[in-house]
Design a protein. Sequence first.
Length: 200
Amino acid sequence: MRVILLVGLLLLSNAVTQACEFTDVTFSSDFEMAKLDGCSKLSETSFLLQVKPENRPINHSPWYAFTVHSTSPKDIEININFEREQPRYLPKMSANGTDWKNLDFTTKDHVMTFRVKTTPSPVWIAGQELFGNLEYERWLQEVADNDTIQRLQLGESTHRILDQFSIGKQRVAGITRSTTPSRGNRSVGDAAFYRAIIVR
């Protein structure tokens, strides 16, 4: 059986870096796939973050990903305002950017609220597990290490490289639809989908 998989690899980095530095708490979006559109301090332990849709009215999904740290251990409340939209991506936290856990949250109108314990070491907050260019490339190389699989570069678009895997005789195609850095979270599902096809 021959299987051909077409895989898009994200090339863009975070287009806009937003940092909000307060006296003892700092929010930052200076990493791949990060997105934070603004922030303000409501009290010593409460903060309001602004997250806007990427492309209204085409895409109403306000993606967010940022880090937060404090000068000393604190228990803070984070409120994310999605403007006129409902939150689609529910909050997850990671201490290392790799291992993630769900956060308890509440929503009222277009604002999602949750609490986080912060320290001088940053923690990642995002709507999904982050799966960026480096993880994608590692996964592509892992697949290509299989002796029965051939990896070829079909071409390039403005935003990404398009790779092809050829396996066996029959042809089955799958194309990732991640077109911007913040959509890269879909790659977690893409990798699982392609892996399931390859091992069949």
